[in-house]
Design a protein. Structure first.
Length: 447
């Protein structure tokens, strides 16, 4: 839980002293990362860490040049409450949380911890609470708020939301080390505790925007929480996940999942224009991808409710769009249900656009969240779900748009200009606006 639930988290002194005050080192070399991983804790000191609590990290990022001095000031608090003994990082249950200097996007995190009876702690991902660690026994006193289900859940998710409660109880008895493996791609989190999957590709909610105005931040630090009971940490390793691997995880619907199509079927064969219409001669197929550049190319088949997923990469300054329920002629932004923007958001030429013109937005009508697009030249994974008058866009594992176009009352232009927004059927396609944008692995599921 977060720190402010103090009434639930104060452990009796006698119980605190029973735990890991004299944490014994594990057999074998400590804090030596596996291949491909980096040790976040070096086994000797807190180099690479500073102090931060349960506070919106945007306050840090807004500090600019003053951030370095702020971090240095917080390290005095770390020295007061954290120590290293025999390669083990030990916190006395008080003070600021150990927070990595570096911010991370997609990653795999390995952590071992040992704590004490009645303890309540956690790991913050991109500075957002949290993967829960606590006393799972009835004597711990927190069964009423879910401790009976064990550690590893995304405790700050909304009640009933996937991931809030762990799928199985996987904690080891007090006095034994627990091993966490956490994979985060976009806002999707998978957690293994002691080798058991306890969270399965669940969306992590942004605690600092509980009304879901903003998803989890695209990057942020890792935090080891302190919460009233002594806790020991060791073997804290992280591996950053690159774009291609992230796309594969998202397409599979999770980490280490058996191959399954999920009901999706290819609508592009990777070789020719079979099943497609429009100005195909103005566009190119190469290396298994459509290089969409000019005009609107679209499927021969029309669809009502559907989900479509694909990978795409933008050139610098690239501009394209997804034709949703397109009637086969005209500008899909107005005659189709909408055009979903595909755009290199960060190119300076687009600095002054209306928010409803950036990537993932229903052009001119509904603005998507920014900051979740990969750099030009890198592959992105996107899934779009169209049901009745609603559109949901998930980009690289993060939901950036959830809009009901039937409830739009204000647009960039007169609403009547968007006359197709209430269409219930049409083709899917790509609307080229100049530079070629590549699309591959295009699959669709009728709903």
């Amino acid at each position: 839980m977060r720190q402010s639930v103090a009434s639930l988290c104060a452990a009796p002194l006698a119980m605190i002293l029973i735990g890991c005050t004299a944490c014994a080192a594990a057999d074998g070399p400590l804090n030596t990362p596996p291949a491909g991983f980096t040790a976040l804790f070096n086994g000797a000191n807190l180099d690479g860490w500073y102090g931060h609590g349960t506070q919106d990290p945007r306050t840090l990022w807004a500090m600019g040049d003053a951030l370095a001095a702020h971090k240095e000031k917080t390290r005095a608090d770390l020295r007061a409450h954290w120590r290293v003994d025999g390669g083990i990082l030990i916190n006395d249950g008080q003070g600021l949380y150990a927070t990595t200097d570096k911010d991370y996007g997609d990653f795999e995190l390995l952590v071992e911890y040992k704590t004490v009876a009645t303890a309540d702690s956690g790991i913050y991902l991109r500075a957002v609470p949290q993967v829960q660690i606590w006393d799972y026994t009835e004597a711990g006193g927190k069964w009423s708020i879910g401790a009976d289900k064990g550690s590893g859940g995304l405790w700050n998710n909304s009640p009933g939301a996937p991931g809030k409660d762990p799928l199985v109880l996987a904690d080891k008895p007090f006095g034994e080390w627990n091993a966490l493996r956490i994979i985060m791609v976009g806002e999707r989190v998978t957690v293994f505790l002691n080798g058991k999957r306890v969270v399965d590709h669940a969306r992590m909610e942004n605690y600092f925007d509980r009304d879901r105005k903003l998803p989890v931040f695209p990057k942020g630090p890792i935090q080891l929480q302190t919460h009233g009971g002594e806790i020991c940490w060791r073997n804290v390793f992280l591996r950053e996940i690159a774009a291609e691997e992230a796309c594969a995880i998202l397409r599979a619907g999770g980490v280490e999942k058996p191959a399954a199509d999920g009901g999706f079927a290819p609508i592009f064969n990777g070789k020719d224009w079979t099943g497609w219409k429009g100005p195909t001669g103005q566009n190119v197929i190469a290396d298994g991808a459509i290089h969409a550049q000019s005009g609107t190319i679209f499927t021969e088949e029309e669809f009502e409710d559907f989900a479509v997923r694909f990978q795409f990469t933008l050139p610098k300054g690239g501009n394209n769009g997804l034709a949703i329920r397109y009637p086969g002629a005209g500008d899909t932004a107005y005659v189709g249900m909408c055009e979903l923007q595909v755009l290199d958001n960060e190119d300076p030429q687009y600095a002054t656009l209306d928010p409803r013109q950036y990537h993932g937005s229903a052009y001119g009508m509904a603005a998507a969240h920014r900051g979740y697009l990969r750099a030009p030249g890198e592959w992105n994974f996107q899934c779009v779900t169209v049901k009745s008058s609603t559109i949901v866009v998930e980009l690289n594992g993060t939901r950036i748009l959830d809009a009901d176009l039937g409830k739009i009352t204000k647009a960039m232009y007169e609403l009547d200009k968007f006359g197709g927004r209430n269409r219930t059927k049409g083709s899917f396609g790509f609307a080229g606006h100049g530079l070629p944008v590549k699309f591959r692995a295009i699959e669709l599921k009728k709903l």
